[in-house]
Design a protein around this ligand. Structure first.
Ligand SMILES: NC(=O)c1ccc[n+]([C@@H]2O[C@H](COP(=O)([O-])OP(=O)(O)OC[C@H]3O[C@@H](n4cnc5c(N)ncnc54)[C@H](OP(=O)(O)O)[C@@H]3O)[C@@H](O)[C@H]2O)c1
Length: 281
Protein backbone atom coordinates (compact mmCIF):
# COMPACT_ATOMS: atom_id res chain seq x y z
CA UNK A 1 0.00 0.00 0.00
CA UNK A 2 1.22 3.52 -0.77
CA UNK A 3 0.54 6.44 1.57
CA UNK A 4 0.11 10.21 1.22
CA UNK A 5 1.00 12.70 3.95
CA UNK A 6 -1.90 14.98 4.90
CA UNK A 7 -1.47 18.68 5.75
CA UNK A 8 -1.07 17.81 9.45
CA UNK A 9 1.58 15.12 8.86
CA UNK A 10 -0.78 12.13 9.19
CA UNK A 11 -0.15 9.29 6.73
CA UNK A 12 -3.22 8.08 4.81
CA UNK A 13 -3.49 5.09 2.44
CA UNK A 14 -3.90 6.30 -1.15
CA UNK A 15 -6.42 3.51 -1.77
CA UNK A 16 -9.26 2.72 0.62
CA UNK A 17 -12.45 0.70 0.72
CA UNK A 18 -15.90 2.35 0.70
CA UNK A 19 -18.98 0.79 2.33
CA UNK A 20 -21.89 2.96 1.13
CA UNK A 21 -25.02 0.90 0.37
CA UNK A 22 -23.74 -2.07 2.39
CA UNK A 23 -26.79 -1.78 4.62
CA UNK A 24 -26.95 -5.47 5.56
CA UNK A 25 -24.67 -5.85 8.59
CA UNK A 26 -23.47 -9.36 7.71
CA UNK A 27 -22.74 -8.41 4.09
CA UNK A 28 -20.87 -5.34 5.27
CA UNK A 29 -18.81 -7.23 7.87
CA UNK A 30 -17.90 -9.91 5.29
CA UNK A 31 -16.93 -7.33 2.66
CA UNK A 32 -14.73 -5.37 5.09
CA UNK A 33 -13.08 -8.58 6.37
CA UNK A 34 -12.30 -9.59 2.80
CA UNK A 35 -11.07 -6.12 1.91
CA UNK A 36 -8.67 -6.17 4.86
CA UNK A 37 -7.50 -9.69 3.89
CA UNK A 38 -6.89 -8.35 0.37
CA UNK A 39 -4.66 -5.60 1.76
CA UNK A 40 -6.93 -2.53 2.11
CA UNK A 41 -5.99 -0.47 5.14
CA UNK A 42 -8.57 2.34 4.98
CA UNK A 43 -12.30 1.85 5.54
CA UNK A 44 -14.64 4.73 4.62
CA UNK A 45 -17.95 4.66 6.50
CA UNK A 46 -20.42 7.29 7.80
CA UNK A 47 -23.23 7.59 10.31
CA UNK A 48 -25.56 7.77 7.29
CA UNK A 49 -24.44 4.33 6.07
CA UNK A 50 -25.75 2.67 9.27
CA UNK A 51 -23.02 0.03 9.17
CA UNK A 52 -20.43 1.36 11.61
CA UNK A 53 -20.99 -1.63 13.96
CA UNK A 54 -20.30 -4.08 11.14
CA UNK A 55 -17.16 -2.18 10.14
CA UNK A 56 -15.96 -2.24 13.76
CA UNK A 57 -16.60 -5.98 14.06
CA UNK A 58 -14.71 -6.67 10.83
CA UNK A 59 -11.68 -4.67 11.99
CA UNK A 60 -11.65 -6.55 15.31
CA UNK A 61 -11.99 -9.95 13.63
CA UNK A 62 -9.12 -9.14 11.24
CA UNK A 63 -6.68 -9.53 14.11
CA UNK A 64 -4.83 -6.39 13.02
CA UNK A 65 -3.89 -3.77 15.56
CA UNK A 66 -6.31 -0.83 15.58
CA UNK A 67 -3.54 1.53 14.43
CA UNK A 68 -2.97 -0.58 11.30
CA UNK A 69 -6.39 0.34 9.89
CA UNK A 70 -7.30 3.93 8.94
CA UNK A 71 -10.96 4.50 9.88
CA UNK A 72 -13.02 7.35 8.43
CA UNK A 73 -16.53 8.30 9.50
CA UNK A 74 -18.73 11.30 8.78
CA UNK A 75 -21.31 13.45 10.56
CA UNK A 76 -24.59 13.79 8.68
CA UNK A 77 -26.42 17.14 8.26
CA UNK A 78 -28.75 16.47 11.24
CA UNK A 79 -25.65 15.83 13.39
CA UNK A 80 -24.01 19.19 12.68
CA UNK A 81 -23.67 21.82 15.42
CA UNK A 82 -21.35 22.03 18.42
CA UNK A 83 -23.29 19.74 20.81
CA UNK A 84 -24.79 17.57 18.08
CA UNK A 85 -21.42 16.85 16.48
CA UNK A 86 -19.72 16.04 19.79
CA UNK A 87 -22.52 13.55 20.46
CA UNK A 88 -22.47 12.17 16.90
CA UNK A 89 -18.73 11.58 17.22
CA UNK A 90 -19.20 9.61 20.47
CA UNK A 91 -22.01 7.57 18.84
CA UNK A 92 -19.76 6.70 15.89
CA UNK A 93 -16.90 5.69 18.19
CA UNK A 94 -19.22 3.50 20.24
CA UNK A 95 -20.66 1.79 17.16
CA UNK A 96 -17.20 1.26 15.66
CA UNK A 97 -15.91 -0.07 19.00
CA UNK A 98 -12.89 2.22 19.00
CA UNK A 99 -11.66 5.09 21.15
CA UNK A 100 -10.46 7.30 18.30
CA UNK A 101 -11.06 7.98 14.61
CA UNK A 102 -8.38 8.52 12.00
CA UNK A 103 -10.55 10.92 10.01
CA UNK A 104 -13.88 12.61 10.75
CA UNK A 105 -15.67 14.50 7.98
CA UNK A 106 -18.57 16.91 7.65
CA UNK A 107 -20.58 14.81 5.19
CA UNK A 108 -22.53 17.57 3.44
CA UNK A 109 -22.12 21.37 3.54
CA UNK A 110 -25.53 22.22 5.06
CA UNK A 111 -26.70 23.01 8.58
CA UNK A 112 -24.57 24.36 11.41
CA UNK A 113 -21.18 23.85 9.79
CA UNK A 114 -19.38 26.31 12.03
CA UNK A 115 -20.59 24.79 15.29
CA UNK A 116 -19.69 21.35 13.93
CA UNK A 117 -16.20 22.50 12.97
CA UNK A 118 -15.64 23.98 16.44
CA UNK A 119 -16.49 20.59 17.94
CA UNK A 120 -14.23 18.82 15.45
CA UNK A 121 -11.33 21.19 16.09
CA UNK A 122 -11.73 20.48 19.80
CA UNK A 123 -11.86 16.71 19.26
CA UNK A 124 -8.71 16.98 17.16
CA UNK A 125 -6.89 18.95 19.85
CA UNK A 126 -8.03 16.43 22.46
CA UNK A 127 -6.40 13.68 20.39
CA UNK A 128 -9.68 11.85 19.76
CA UNK A 129 -9.39 12.15 15.97
CA UNK A 130 -6.16 12.23 13.97
CA UNK A 131 -7.46 14.43 11.11
CA UNK A 132 -10.62 16.39 10.34
CA UNK A 133 -12.05 17.31 6.98
CA UNK A 134 -15.07 17.96 4.81
CA UNK A 135 -16.98 16.37 1.98
CA UNK A 136 -18.92 17.76 -0.96
CA UNK A 137 -17.54 21.26 -0.42
CA UNK A 138 -17.54 23.56 -3.46
CA UNK A 139 -14.59 25.88 -4.10
CA UNK A 140 -16.24 28.74 -2.20
CA UNK A 141 -17.24 26.66 0.82
CA UNK A 142 -13.73 25.29 1.09
CA UNK A 143 -12.15 28.75 0.82
CA UNK A 144 -14.48 30.05 3.56
CA UNK A 145 -13.29 27.29 5.88
CA UNK A 146 -9.65 27.40 4.90
CA UNK A 147 -9.44 31.19 5.27
CA UNK A 148 -11.59 31.70 8.37
CA UNK A 149 -11.30 28.62 10.58
CA UNK A 150 -8.37 27.75 12.78
CA UNK A 151 -7.74 24.31 11.27
CA UNK A 152 -7.72 23.92 7.50
CA UNK A 153 -9.59 20.75 6.39
CA UNK A 154 -7.16 17.89 5.80
CA UNK A 155 -9.42 16.38 3.13
CA UNK A 156 -12.28 17.38 0.85
CA UNK A 157 -13.98 14.15 -0.25
CA UNK A 158 -15.87 14.77 -3.51
CA UNK A 159 -17.50 12.94 -6.39
CA UNK A 160 -14.67 12.39 -8.85
CA UNK A 161 -14.38 10.01 -11.80
CA UNK A 162 -13.44 10.36 -15.49
CA UNK A 163 -16.82 11.88 -16.38
CA UNK A 164 -16.74 14.42 -13.50
CA UNK A 165 -13.18 15.45 -12.68
CA UNK A 166 -13.78 18.70 -10.78
CA UNK A 167 -10.57 20.48 -11.80
CA UNK A 168 -11.73 23.67 -10.07
CA UNK A 169 -12.31 21.97 -6.72
CA UNK A 170 -9.02 20.11 -7.08
CA UNK A 171 -7.27 23.44 -7.67
CA UNK A 172 -8.97 24.96 -4.60
CA UNK A 173 -8.02 21.93 -2.51
CA UNK A 174 -4.40 22.22 -3.71
CA UNK A 175 -4.34 25.93 -2.92
CA UNK A 176 -5.11 25.22 0.73
CA UNK A 177 -3.14 21.99 1.07
CA UNK A 178 -6.38 20.02 1.42
CA UNK A 179 -6.13 16.51 -0.05
CA UNK A 180 -8.71 15.46 -2.63
CA UNK A 181 -10.40 12.11 -2.00
CA UNK A 182 -12.64 10.66 -4.72
CA UNK A 183 -16.00 9.14 -3.97
CA UNK A 184 -17.72 6.93 -6.58
CA UNK A 185 -14.47 6.56 -8.55
CA UNK A 186 -16.32 4.24 -10.97
CA UNK A 187 -19.37 6.52 -11.22
CA UNK A 188 -21.10 3.51 -9.60
CA UNK A 189 -20.84 1.86 -13.02
CA UNK A 190 -23.30 4.42 -14.46
CA UNK A 191 -23.20 5.86 -18.00
CA UNK A 192 -21.59 2.57 -19.08
CA UNK A 193 -18.25 3.81 -17.79
CA UNK A 194 -16.74 0.31 -17.86
CA UNK A 195 -17.54 0.17 -21.60
CA UNK A 196 -15.99 3.56 -22.40
CA UNK A 197 -13.97 3.18 -25.62
CA UNK A 198 -11.07 5.43 -24.59
CA UNK A 199 -10.72 3.80 -21.16
CA UNK A 200 -10.86 0.34 -22.76
CA UNK A 201 -8.13 1.18 -25.26
CA UNK A 202 -5.87 2.49 -22.45
CA UNK A 203 -6.63 -0.63 -20.39
CA UNK A 204 -5.74 -2.90 -23.32
CA UNK A 205 -2.50 -1.02 -23.92
CA UNK A 206 -1.36 -1.68 -20.33
CA UNK A 207 -2.89 -5.16 -20.06
CA UNK A 208 -5.06 -3.84 -17.21
CA UNK A 209 -8.82 -3.40 -16.66
CA UNK A 210 -10.85 -0.19 -16.95
CA UNK A 211 -11.30 -0.20 -13.15
CA UNK A 212 -7.52 -0.35 -12.69
CA UNK A 213 -6.96 2.44 -15.22
CA UNK A 214 -9.44 4.72 -13.42
CA UNK A 215 -7.90 4.12 -10.00
CA UNK A 216 -4.35 4.44 -11.37
CA UNK A 217 -5.30 7.74 -13.05
CA UNK A 218 -6.55 9.05 -9.69
CA UNK A 219 -3.48 7.90 -7.76
CA UNK A 220 -1.12 9.37 -10.37
CA UNK A 221 -2.98 12.69 -10.07
CA UNK A 222 -2.47 12.70 -6.29
CA UNK A 223 -6.14 11.88 -5.66
CA UNK A 224 -7.02 9.52 -2.81
CA UNK A 225 -9.65 6.96 -3.76
CA UNK A 226 -12.17 4.66 -2.05
CA UNK A 227 -13.82 2.18 -4.45
CA UNK A 228 -16.38 -0.33 -3.17
CA UNK A 229 -17.00 -3.92 -4.23
CA UNK A 230 -18.60 -6.90 -2.55
CA UNK A 231 -16.62 -9.30 -4.76
CA UNK A 232 -13.24 -10.43 -3.49
CA UNK A 233 -11.79 -10.82 -6.99
CA UNK A 234 -12.76 -7.20 -7.76
CA UNK A 235 -11.27 -6.02 -4.45
CA UNK A 236 -8.07 -7.72 -5.58
CA UNK A 237 -8.32 -6.23 -9.08
CA UNK A 238 -8.97 -2.74 -7.68
CA UNK A 239 -5.94 -2.93 -5.40
CA UNK A 240 -3.54 -4.10 -8.11
CA UNK A 241 -2.73 -0.59 -9.36
CA UNK A 242 0.70 0.20 -7.95
CA UNK A 243 2.73 -1.69 -10.56
CA UNK A 244 2.09 0.29 -13.76
CA UNK A 245 2.28 3.86 -15.02
CA UNK A 246 -0.09 5.78 -17.32
CA UNK A 247 1.77 7.96 -19.82
CA UNK A 248 1.01 11.58 -20.70
CA UNK A 249 -1.08 10.56 -23.72
CA UNK A 250 -3.26 8.34 -21.49
CA UNK A 251 -3.65 11.13 -18.95
CA UNK A 252 -4.59 13.68 -21.64
CA UNK A 253 -7.10 11.25 -23.12
CA UNK A 254 -8.78 10.69 -19.74
CA UNK A 255 -8.79 14.44 -19.08
CA UNK A 256 -10.80 14.93 -22.28
CA UNK A 257 -13.59 12.67 -20.93
CA UNK A 258 -14.65 15.26 -18.32
CA UNK A 259 -18.25 16.31 -18.98
CA UNK A 260 -18.40 19.17 -16.44
CA UNK A 261 -14.99 20.89 -16.43
CA UNK A 262 -16.36 24.32 -15.41
CA UNK A 263 -18.20 23.13 -12.32
CA UNK A 264 -17.32 25.03 -9.12
CA UNK A 265 -18.87 22.33 -7.00
CA UNK A 266 -21.83 20.17 -6.15
CA UNK A 267 -25.03 20.95 -4.35
CA UNK A 268 -25.97 24.29 -5.85
CA UNK A 269 -29.33 22.86 -7.05
CA UNK A 270 -32.13 23.74 -4.57
CA UNK A 271 -34.04 20.51 -5.35
CA UNK A 272 -30.95 18.45 -4.53
CA UNK A 273 -30.45 20.40 -1.29
CA UNK A 274 -34.07 19.74 -0.31
CA UNK A 275 -33.58 16.03 -1.06
CA UNK A 276 -30.49 15.90 1.16
CA UNK A 277 -32.17 17.80 4.01
CA UNK A 278 -35.11 15.36 3.87
CA UNK A 279 -32.69 12.43 4.36
CA UNK A 280 -33.08 11.54 8.05
CA UNK A 281 -30.94 9.11 10.01
N1 LIG B 1 -18.94 11.59 0.79
C1 LIG B 1 -19.99 11.26 0.07
O1 LIG B 1 -20.97 12.04 -0.04
C2 LIG B 1 -20.02 9.93 -0.60
C3 LIG B 1 -21.04 9.65 -1.53
C4 LIG B 1 -21.05 8.40 -2.15
C5 LIG B 1 -20.05 7.48 -1.87
N2 LIG B 1 -19.08 7.77 -0.94
C6 LIG B 1 -18.02 6.77 -0.61
O2 LIG B 1 -17.39 6.36 -1.82
C7 LIG B 1 -17.38 4.94 -1.88
C8 LIG B 1 -17.37 4.45 -3.32
O3 LIG B 1 -18.56 4.83 -3.98
P1 LIG B 1 -19.67 3.78 -4.46
O4 LIG B 1 -19.51 2.53 -3.70
O5 LIG B 1 -21.00 4.42 -4.35
O6 LIG B 1 -19.36 3.62 -6.01
P2 LIG B 1 -18.11 3.10 -6.88
O7 LIG B 1 -16.99 2.65 -6.02
O8 LIG B 1 -17.88 4.11 -7.96
O9 LIG B 1 -18.74 1.85 -7.63
C9 LIG B 1 -19.16 0.72 -6.96
C10 LIG B 1 -19.84 -0.14 -8.01
O10 LIG B 1 -18.86 -0.61 -8.97
C11 LIG B 1 -18.85 -2.04 -8.98
N3 LIG B 1 -17.44 -2.44 -9.09
C12 LIG B 1 -16.47 -2.34 -8.17
N4 LIG B 1 -15.29 -2.77 -8.67
C13 LIG B 1 -15.53 -3.17 -9.95
C14 LIG B 1 -14.71 -3.71 -10.95
N5 LIG B 1 -13.40 -3.93 -10.75
N6 LIG B 1 -15.29 -4.00 -12.15
C15 LIG B 1 -16.60 -3.79 -12.37
N7 LIG B 1 -17.44 -3.27 -11.43
C16 LIG B 1 -16.89 -2.96 -10.24
C17 LIG B 1 -19.46 -2.47 -7.66
O11 LIG B 1 -20.12 -3.71 -7.82
P3 LIG B 1 -19.91 -4.93 -6.79
O12 LIG B 1 -19.96 -4.39 -5.39
O13 LIG B 1 -21.04 -5.84 -7.13
O14 LIG B 1 -18.56 -5.51 -7.13
C18 LIG B 1 -20.48 -1.35 -7.40
O15 LIG B 1 -21.67 -1.61 -8.15
C19 LIG B 1 -18.65 4.57 -1.10
O16 LIG B 1 -18.69 3.20 -0.75
C20 LIG B 1 -18.56 5.51 0.06
O17 LIG B 1 -17.65 5.02 1.04
C21 LIG B 1 -19.05 8.98 -0.32
Amino acid sequence: MEYKTLNNGVQIPKLGFGVWQLFDQNDCQKAVEEAIETGYRLIDTAALYQNEEAVGRAIKSSGLNREDVFVTSKAWISQLGYEATRKAFEDSLQKLGTDYLDLYLIHQPFGDLYGAWRAMEELYKEGRVRAIGVSNFSTGRLADFALQQEIIPAINQIELHPYKQHPLIQAANDLFGTATQAWIPFNQGKDDIFKDAALNSIAEKHDKTVAQVILRWQVQNDILTIPKSVHKERMQENSDIFNFQLDQKDLDQIKSLDRFPDNYGPNEDPQRIKHLLDYKI
